[in-house]
Design a protein around this ligand. Sequence first.
Ligand code: GLY
Length: 466
Amino acid sequence: MNTMFSKSTYVNRRKVLKEKLGKGLILFLGNDESPMNYTDNTYHFRQDSTFLYYFGIQHPGLIAIIDIDNDKEIIFGDDFTIDDIVFMGPKPKIFERAEQCGVKTAMKTADLEKVIGDAVAQKQHIHFLPLYRPENKIKLQDLIGIRPAEVKMKYSVDLVKAVVSQREVKTDEEIRQLTQAVDISVDMHVAAMKFAKPGMTEVQVAAEIHRIALAAGGNISFPIIATINGQTLHNHYHGNTIKEGDLFLIDAGFENEMMYAGDLSSTIPIAKKFTVEQKEIYQLTLDAHRAAVYSLGVGIPFRNAHLAACKTIFDGLKTMGFTKGNTNDAIEVGAHALFFPCGTGHMMGLDVHDMEDLGEVWVGYDGQPKSMQFGLKSLRLAKRLQTGHVFTIEPGIYFIPELMDLWRSQNKFNDFIIWEKVNEYRDFGGIRNEEDYLMTESGAKLLGKQKPMTIEEIEAIRLEFG
Ligand code: GLY
């Protein structure tokens, strides 16, 4: 199983980072094992993605520094004891792991305190990222006295900007990894499209999706969504029984052995065919999808793709009698968000929402403020696209009874929404399709193989297997 790129990839990535940042000492806190209910019973280990990007080592309990001022790179960690080996088997020594990513020096974890103490004494600037794991925040406090609550004020914005500017542009070897992750994600979706039947529970379909991911040598890139309640955007409940006539929404992706993610969504009828009503709304989500893709371009803000999807949805729903009034005005005030209360896409890479731990304002907005408006505030990516950006396209239409009832009771958007018609669809559910794209000089390119998505393709699968 190949879990690392060649040594030169990591050496070059660190060289670029050093040049971007110029001075100081960078502290990278890798992830530890995370206990579920007692120390030795742990969740699936997942290395921190920035640590992976610069060092590639999928092993818990490591810390690395890049001392730009003194031109030193060190990985800190502890070799397995004989007890560890007896229980978990032999593992490479820390110096061997360091060697694999081109770091010349390895030291014990206990040596870190002195190294950082010396750097502080020399008044070096210590750069660290906005940490998200409590144990790493505690380690930071032990090392340099910054309390967990202070991390969000004191992390290095310069480091975040440098890392984002590097990680967001995917290289050819990364694109090959992402393509493979998306290909397996397609297999997971096709398996679910064939497998789901009336009378099953949602968890049976989720298990089938997960089986494909594990059998392909990786895992899932985020908790599986496999639900008859597609109107709930992130529904991880799998306890419902699937009925004939339901719409079934699948949102699932593969994380490959190099930790690159795929992220796709599909919606299928639990029947041989969509109903007329389902077909109309489904086709409109495809139209919105296409409008978003047509709006993509190098140097063009991703926000344009989102707005193109919003307008297509609002206009289409107007034709069907759900909405009324001027479309641009409706989008301006956020009336479309009754049906599409989220964003059209997000960056994807080593994280399914790539670098979300580093802050959406840098990853998706180049430091510009986000809208606070319901709907638009959930758009994770708005900035101008560059070649090498990889992102999702995932507009959807959702009928959320609680949101309808609230806005109707508040007389909200009466100029734009035909409430009687909307109310007829209160039990409709939700529809989303999602694909992953790479921005290239010649336009946006679909990543990985094409998943079945048209009405004809979905119905053909359901006719044969449903
Ligand atoms: N597809 C899952 C997510 O974007 O969070």
